[in-house]
Design a protein around this ligand. Structure first.
Ligand code: SF4
Length: 98
């Protein structure tokens, strides 16, 4: 019974994987996802401030944050080290000075 369930679950996972590849091909990593130059402490700060590459908070994103420094393809931030996406967001968001 347990073996049957495990085999079924593996089949479902494999099927889901295949569907994703058919729909959009291999997932392409974001240009701003390379954290290889950061220390574990730097990465921890990103996590503690709940940084995400795509803001889910209406009206708030890195591009309109006062702590963002714009650059292409990725900007930077005065409180979080590493690449920062314009559409990103973290809990340290602060409005730009007027
Ligand atoms: S403080 Fe947060 S929201 Fe503002 S630029 Fe940095 S990562 Fe983006």
């Amino acid at each position: 019974m347990m073996i049957g369930l495990a085999a079924s679950a593996a089949g479902v996972v494999a099927a889901c994987d295949g569907g994703a590849k058919k729909a959009g091909g291999a997932k392409k990593a974001s240009a701003c996802a390379d954290l290889s130059g950061l220390t574990p402490a730097d990465i921890k700060v990103r996590e503690q401030l709940a940084y995400v590459e795509a803001s889910k908070v209406e009206g708030k994103n890195c591009a309109n944050c006062g702590l963002f420094k714009a650059a292409k393809p990725c900007g930077s931030c005065t409180v979080i080290k590493g690449p920062i996406a314009e559409k990103g967001y973290c809990t340290a968001w602060a409005p730009k000075a007027a």
